[in-house]
Design a binder for this molecule. Structure first.
Ligand SMILES: [Cu+2]
Length: 343
């Protein structure tokens, strides 16, 4: 990294483009502007590929929330074309971390990404499969296969979303949106639990689980049903879900006031340089790992470590070269929970 790089948010984003292996994202279907997704459409004119695709869209501690789908302009063509009722396999970035699991939801929107109805849930142990013995960033599950509801309406402009509340670390909300086409749906609307939004401005905070995987579960079991359709959405009664995988689809939801999408705040990336993460409890921000440990041996893919003022990413068991955090910035945190920040 040459020192000609300027001290600006743009430089920071450019510097951190290599961080795509941190956190998590879906790679199939290809979410908006992912540089690492599978079968991605062309990025729309005027937009740029998102080197931060794996990072959360909001952080309580760092005080920011991006729009739900991060980008509000859809791909011009769908990432995937699915048939209502078919089995789909959602694939995650192989270079990712699990933050000890947490709650994943898979949802559909028919209003361009404003309101979402859940079609599948992987609660408590998303990415880890079962309760981990101790906090971990290891990933043991990197794809989920489930059947699309048979009563999804057909649309060329549907939005599929994955969302995640992480079990450990900063209180974050992760969400990727993929533009998809749904074929073969005979229903005019789909009713399912409203997607849970948490750790996001204006929404509840779900605390770190600290080993209690029922933490925040009431938000899922108590989610109201929402009916989504290409012609609009309405919210209705309680979903009464058990908090397990298959959300009940109720067709008897009484229409209520139309749901109000969350106010999206512009993301000021200059306020959140890089990939936000929680420094270790020991308070050791800026504790660079010894560069002597640099390229010397096996590591877990997706993990990152500080090295001097820069950082390294583990790719397929090998530590990368040291990437600079940029002029004036330094690497903070440890054990995969690292970010480039300013003193
Ligand atoms: Cu993360």
């Amino acid at each position: 990294m040459k020192s000609t790089i300027s001290f600006s948010a743009a430089a920071c984003v450019a510097t951190l483009a290599g961080l795509a292996s941190a956190h998590n994202s879906i790679i199939y279907p290809c979410p908006r502007y992912s540089p690492v997704g599978l079968q991605c459409p062309a990025v729309p004119a005027g937009q740029t590929a998102n080197g931060d695709i794996n990072s959360p869209i909001s952080s309580v501690q760092l005080g920011y929330s991006q729009p739900l789908c991060r980008f509000t302009t859809p791909y011009a063509t769908p990432s995937a074309t699915w048939t209502a009722g078919q089995s789909v396999t959602i694939k995650f970035n192989p270079n990712a971390v699990s933050h000890s699991g947490g709650n994943c939801e898979f949802s559909m929107s028919y209003d361009g990404g404003k309101t979402f109805a859940v079609i599948h849930r992987e609660l408590r142990y998303c990415f880890v499969g079962s309760k981990p013995a101790s906090p971990t960033n290891a990933v043991s599950v990197s794809s989920y296969t489930f059947n699309l509801p048979a009563d999804l309406p057909s649309s060329d402009k549907a939005v599929f979303a994955w969302s995640w509340v992480n079990a450990s670390g900063n209180r974050e909300f992760y969400m990727n949106c993929a533009d998809v086409a749904i074929k073969g749906g005979s229903s005019k609307s789909y009713t399912g639990p409203q997607m849970v939004i948490a750790n996001y401005q204006g929404y509840p905070t779900i605390p770190e689980f600290n080993g209690n995987y029922e933490t925040g579960m009431e938000h899922y079991t108590g989610a109201k049903n929402i009916t989504v359709s290409p012609s609009g959405s309405t919210t209705g009664g309680e979903s009464g879900g058990s908090g397990n995988s298959a959300p009940p689809a109720s067709s008897s939801a009484a229409p209520a006031k139309s749901s109000t999408p969350p106010a999206s705040t512009a993301h000021d990336s200059s306020a959140t340089p890089g990939v936000p993460h929680k420094p270790q409890e020991s308070g050791g921000s800026s504790a660079p790992a010894s560069s002597a440990s640099g390229n010397s041996g096996a590591c877990t893919s997706g993990l990152m470590q500080c090295s001097g003022t820069g950082y390294q990413i583990c790719n397929e068991g090998v530590w990368s070269p040291v990437y600079s955090c940029g002029v004036g910035a330094s690497c903070k945190g440890s054990d995969g929970h690292i970010y480039c920040g300013w003193p």
